[in-house]
Design a protein around this ligand. Structure first.
Ligand code: SF4
Ligand code: SF4
Ligand code: SF4
Length: 423
């Protein structure tokens, strides 16, 4: 089987196809700390793409409550268990081996592609290790909503003194999920009809509805369970990355590249999405320090991939929730979790400015600049001095046109004296 380089794992890995990369890659950062679980994102996707017959249970975007919730139920626990069975005690990282090509160290375990090759049993080796959820498991986009982990792992038995940083004893958080438009998609690898493809211009992964015969191999293979079967057409469907918006065909956008429906609708301002340039020589992200996604993922390393150990190189990144026990975060986001939480808890001047760009407007921000402002606040965080500057961050589109200008401190707007209670 061909070997491809997976920078999130810090090593080469087996994948059924030769390494190939798009010119630019659809990518996004979700700041878990700010999500209020309102599901506006889920509804905006549903009312755009999955409102027809046969799609009733489909939530291409869903927000689930961790640690108990999952859509489909237990999707991540089940895949982690399959990997654990294939490689007991071996699913470990060597975080000491880090560098530019392996920012999180080197993964010493087996990915879903590697474990499938060694699978023994009646079916023999397969292309991807996975499972097909039952119909019942797809019933709820956020089962166990707001259910916190209690004492000794029991749900609903709250530790009454356990809500202090750095780690709460009773905790939950919302996990926002869409297709990751993976660099090495498991759905694509598993499809016997070659009906799934990754677009060379933006890395969006799509299912050709003409070619699909509904074998559901992609549903079984996707470790994130973001490919879904539709009974009325007997084909599989998935998030399309709102590609008309990425192509600048959103009628309201007048030709500009807009962020997707689920991103722009986000009430909690937790989402930032765009395109990153891929270096044709390495297949990794080209050095583009003024791109906000590049800054958050590559330079500041405050945003991390979801379950990188699965091996698909997902292009969705998360700023981990800072109150959650670190062992849980390490399992979910890899060995970079501790550093990411530390960076977010005492943000650098640049990070604080870039965080203001989240949902500042609808067009894709390709570049940012920061205009320094005055110091407005001082304190200590974790025993170290920390200062807040009222800097201005300016976002530009891919043609260098200014899109937005925001300050770190929200401006204070005073209503006129006349009719102060009306807008
Ligand atoms: S998240 Fe799943 S459906 Fe989406 S590209 Fe990756 S493997 Fe395919
Ligand atoms: S990117 Fe578009 S298609 Fe995908 S989940 Fe978001 S709204 Fe739905
Ligand atoms: S719209 Fe934003 S804040 Fe609301 S659930 Fe979705 S991601 Fe969270």
């Amino acid at each position: 089987m061909p070997q491809v380089y997976n920078w999130q794992l810090g090593r080469k890995m087996e994948y059924p196809y030769e390494e190939r990369h798009p010119e630019r890659q659809f990518a996004f950062v979700f700041n878990i700390n700010r999500c209020i679980g309102c599901q506006t994102c889920s509804m905006s996707c549903k009312s755009t793409w999955t409102f027809s017959k046969g799609q009733e249970y489909m939530w291409w975007n869903n927000v689930e409550t961790k640690p108990y919730g999952g859509y489909p139920q237990h999707w991540d626990v089940k895949t982690l268990q399959l990997l654990e069975e294939a490689n007991p005690d071996g699913q470990v990282w060597d975080a000491t081996q880090n560098g530019a090509q392996r920012p999180y160290g080197a993964f010493g375990g087996m990915t879903i592609f590697e474990a499938a090759q060694r699978r023994i049993g009646p079916e023999g080796p397969q292309r991807v290790l996975g499972y097909l959820p039952t119909d019942e498991e797809w019933r709820f986009p956020n089962i166990g909503e707001d259910t916190a982990k209690g004492q000794k792992g029991a749900a609903l038995s709250f530790d009454r003194e356990g809500v202090r940083l750095p780690e709460h004893k009773s905790w939950f958080f919302y996990l926002q999920r869409i297709c990751n438009h993976c660099t090495y998609p498991a759905c694509l690898a598993a499809c016997p009809r070659k009906a799934i493809y990754k677009r060379p211009e933006d890395g969006i992964v799509l299912i050709d509805q003409e070619r699909c015969r509904g074998y559901r191999k992609c549903v079984e293979a996707c470790p994130y369970k973001k490919s879904m079967f539709r009974v009325t057409t007997r084909t599989s469907e998935k998030c399309v990355g709102c590609y008309p918006r990425i192509e600048g065909k959103e009628p309201l956008a007048k030709g500009a590249v807009w962020e997707t429906r689920c991103m722009t609708a986000c009430v909690g301002k937790i989402r930032l999405q765009g395109l990153v340039t891929i270096d044709p020589k390495t297949g990794g992200w080209a050095d583009d320090p003024q791109n906000p996604l590049h800054f958050l993922v590559k330079k500041e390393k405050v945003a991390l991939p979801l379950y990188p150990q699965f091996g698909t190189e997902p292009n969705g990144y998360y700023i981990p929730p800072r109150w959650v026990p670190r062992a849980y975060l390490r399992q979910m986001f890899g060995p970079g979790a501790d550093e990411a939480v530390e960076k977010y808890s005492a943000p650098s001047r640049e990070l604080l400015a870039v965080l203001q760009l989240f949902r500042a407007q609808q067009a894709v921000i390709s570049r940012y600049d920061i205009k320094p402002g005055p110091k407005v606040f001082e304190t200590t965080i974790n025993g170290k001095p920390w200062a807040l500057y009222n800097d201005t961050v300016i976002g530009y589109d891919d043609k260098g046109r200014e899109l937005v200008r925001v300050t770190v401190e929200e401006p204070f707007l005073k209503r006129p004296g006349e009719r102060p209670n009306s807008i």
